[in-house]
Design a protein around this ligand. Structure first.
Ligand code: HEC
Length: 511
C-alpha cells in the first residue's frame, strides 16, 4: 500500500481538445480539487487527469451552477460539502492520491479530515497524520452504526448474534464515548466512498431477472419498499444497502458526514437528487492507449455511453455484452490510425474484456451466493457471475454476498482495521460456509439486518471510472487494479497468467 507521498498533477489544458467544447476543470492551477463553496460552474463536460489517463464527467442536464447548490455547499457545521468526498476529478468518488494531496496542502484544517469520520476516531489528536492513517493510506472513512440496529421508529431491532471487539487498533470500538459499551452503543467500521455518478443504473429495478423484478435474486425475498413512495427499491445504494433511496441516503449523509444542525430542506433534497441523477463519469483517455471514445473506439466505454444507455439490463449474453463490443480493437495490426504502442494497448484491453466476459472459473463458498440454489462450487466468469449489469458491471439482481473481503479466512489480514468476533445464537440460520462463529473486519449488511447469515456480506458496486478512484474494494484493501485482480486470482484459485492479469488491468483502467 502506498504511503503518503507527493503526487504531481498537471491540470489538463482542456481548451486544446476540440472534442470537448465547453469543458472546464476547476480547483486552481495546482489542483483539480473541488472545494466546498468555491462557486463557479461545473461544465456540461469536464475532463480531469488521473494516474493513467483522464476521466470525463458529463452533466446531462447542462452546466451546473454550484454557487449555493446543496451538493457543493458547506451546509453543515464542519465545513464539508457532499462534493468533498465525491470529487468530479475522481469520477465522483475519492482517490487516495487526492486525499494525500489535501493533507499535504492543508493538513488537518481541511474539512475532509473532520474528526467525526475523517479520523480513525474523533478522540485522537487531530493534528497528527497518524490519527488519520486509514483515510490517508486507504481512503477509508469511519462509518458508525448503532448497535443493535434500529427499526424505523427508533426501537432496537432483534439481533441474531453477539459481537465482541477482538482488536481495536483505532481505539474507537472500545472507547467510552464512541464504542460498543458507550451510552449510545456504536460500531465503527471503515469504508471507501462509492461514486455518485451513473446513478440511474443503481436505482432502476432490474428488467427481466427471474423470478420477478421486485425480488432479491439470491434469496427470493421481497425487495424493500421506500416508505416515502411505496415503491420497491433496487437496494444497490451503499455497501450495506442502508441508503434505501437517494433522498434517504442524502439525509443520512448530511447528518453524519456534514454534521448538519437541522435536517435538509425539501428544496435541498430535490437539488441534490436532481444533480445525482444527471451526472455520468467514465475514463475517456488513456496515457498509453490514447482516446478511449469517439470514432473507432468500443461503443461501451466513455461516459456518453452511460448517459445514453438503458439501465436495469443484464449484460451476460452475446446480444448485450456487459461493456459492449471490443472487436474493433482486437487486432493490433488493424485498429487504424493509432501508434503501435496504442494498438498494442488496445488489443490488450480487448483481450481483457473477453477474459472478464467469458473466462470461467470455479466460484466456491461465497456466503449468500453459492448457497442460493446456484450450486457450490459453481462455474462462471466475472461478467456472468456477479458483474453482469449492462455498462456498469455490478450485480443486477441485488444480492449482498460475502466474497471474503472482510470475513476470515479469506480476508487479507489488516492489522490497522478493527477485528470483530461474531457469535450467532444457536437458533439463528448460520452463515452457510462460516457457521456461527465468524471473525470479520466489517460485519457489513448484518449491522443493518441483525442476521447471522448476512455477516460480512456487502453489495457489489459499479466498475466505471476506476482509474480515477483507487484504492479498491469496500475496505480499500486493493491498492491498485493489479492487487484487485490478485485478490480474485487467489480467492478463486483462477491461475491467470501474467499476460492475462495485465490484460484485465488494462481493460479495467479503460472503463
Ligand atoms: C466524508 C465523506 C463523505 C461525504 C462528505 C459524503 N459522502 Fe457520500 N459516501 C461516502 C462513503 C464512505 C460512502 C459509502 C458508505 C458505505 O458503503 O457504507 C458514500 C456513499 C454515497 C452514495 C452511494 C453510492 C453507491 O454507489 O452506493 C451516495 C448516493 C452518496 N454517498 C451521496 C452523498 C451525498 C448526497 C452527500 C452530501 C449530503 C454525501 N454523499 C457526502 C462518503 C461521503
Amino acid at each position: 500500500m502506498k504511503r503518503i507521498s507527493r503526487i504531481s498533477t498537471v491540470l489538463l489544458a482542456i481548451s486544446g481538445l476540440p472534442a470537448l467544447a465547453g469543458a472546464q476543470a476547476y480547483g486552481g492551477p495546482a489542483s483539480q480539487w473541488w472545494a466546498p463553496d468555491q462557486g463557479g460552474e461545473l461544465a456540461a463536460q469536464a475532463e480531469y487527469k488521473n494516474a493513467t489517463g483522464r476521466v470525463r464527467v458529463i452533466n446531462a442536464g447542462g452546466a451546473v451552477q454550484t454557487e449555493k447548490h446543496a451538493f457543493f455547499s458547506a451546509i453543515g457545521t464542519n465545513g464539508r460539502a457532499c462534493v468533498t468526498c465525491h470529487q468530479p476529478a475522481d469520477g465522483m468518488g475519492l482517490s487516495v492520491d487526492s486525499i494525500q494531496r489535501q493533507w499535504e496542502t492543508h493538513g488537518a484544517a481541511d474539512p475532509l479530515f473532520a474528526a467525526i469520520d475523517g479520523a480513525n476516531c474523533p478522540n485522537l489528536p487531530q493534528e497528527d497524520a497518524a490519527s488519520h492513517s486509514l483515510l490517508l493510506n486507504k481512503g477509508l472513512f469511519r462509518i458508525f452504526l448503532p448497535w443493535p440496529p434500529r427499526e424505523a421508529d427508533g426501537s432496537a431491532k432483534p439481533v441474531e448474534f453477539d459481537i465482541e471487539v477482538v482488536q481495536d487498533p483505532t481505539g474507537c470500538n472500545l472507547d467510552s464515548d464512541y464504542g460498543i459499551n458507550s451510552k449510545t452503543p456504536m460500531i465503527s467500521v471503515y469504508r471507501r466512498p462509492r461514486p455518485v455518478a451513473n446513478i440511474k443504473f443503481l436505482t432502476e429495478l432490474p428488467h427481466g431477472v427471474p423470478p420477478h423484478e421486485s425480488f432479491f435474486y439470491n434469496d427470493k425475498s421481497l425487495l424493500p419498499k421506500d416508505p416515502e413512495t411505496g415503491e420497491f427499491v433496487s437496494l444497490q445504494l451503499m455497501s450495506d444497502g442502508r441508503g434505501i433511496s437517494l433522498r434517504n441516503q442524502a439525509r443520512d449523509a448530511a447528518a453524519s458526514h456534514l454534521q448538519v444542525s437541522k435536517p435538509l430542506t425539501e428544496a435541498q433534497l430535490r437539488q441534490i437528487v436532481a444533480f445525482e441523477e444527471q451526472i455520468y463519469a467514465a475514463q475517456s483517455y488513456d496515457d498509453i492507449g490514447g482516446e478511449l471514445t469517439g470514432e473507432g473506439a468500443p461503443p461501451g466505454i466513455g461516459p456518453a455511453a452511460l448517459r445514453d444507455g438503458a439501465p436495469g439490463r443484464l449484460g451476460n449474453n452475446p446480444i448485450n455484452r456487459i461493456f459492449g463490443r471490443f472487436a474493433m480493437w482486437s487486432d493490433p495490426a488493424t485498429n487504424g490510425g493509432a501508434t503501435p504502442e496504442q494498438r498494442e494497448f488496445r488489443a490488450s484491453v480487448a483481450r481483457g474484456a473477453e477474459l472478464f466476459y467469458a473466462r470461467r472459473f470455479i466460484i466456491s463458498d461465497v456466503g449468500a451466493y453459492n448457497d442460493k440454489g446456484l450450486g457450490n462450487p459453481f462455474k462462471r466468469s466475472c461478467g456472468s457471475g456477479c458483474h453482469n449489469t449492462l455498462l456498469m458491471g455490478m450485480d443486477l439482481a441485488p444480492g449482498f454476498m460475502d466474497l471474503g473481503l472482510n470475513n476470515y479466512p479469506w480476508a487479507n489480514t489488516q492489522n490497522d482495521l478493527p477485528l470483530f468476533k461474531v457469535t450467532c445464537h444457536a437458533d439463528a440460520v448460520p452463515q452457510s460456509y462460516l457457521g456461527r462463529v465468524i471473525y470479520t473486519h466489517d460485519p457489513g449488511r448484518s449491522l443493518i439486518t441483525g442476521k447471522c447469515r448476512d455477516v460480512g456480506a456487502t453489495m457489489t458496486q459499479q466498475s466505471r471510472a476506476l482509474a480515477a478512484r483507487a484504492p479498491y474494494f469496500v475496505n480499500g484493501s486493493a491498492g491498485d487494479l493489479r492487487e484487485m485482480i490478485d485478490f480474485y486470482d487467489r480467492r478463486f484459485n483462477i491461475g491467470y497468467t501474467e499476460q492475462e492479469k495485465r490484460d484485465l488491468v488494462n481493460f479495467l483502467r479503460a472503463l
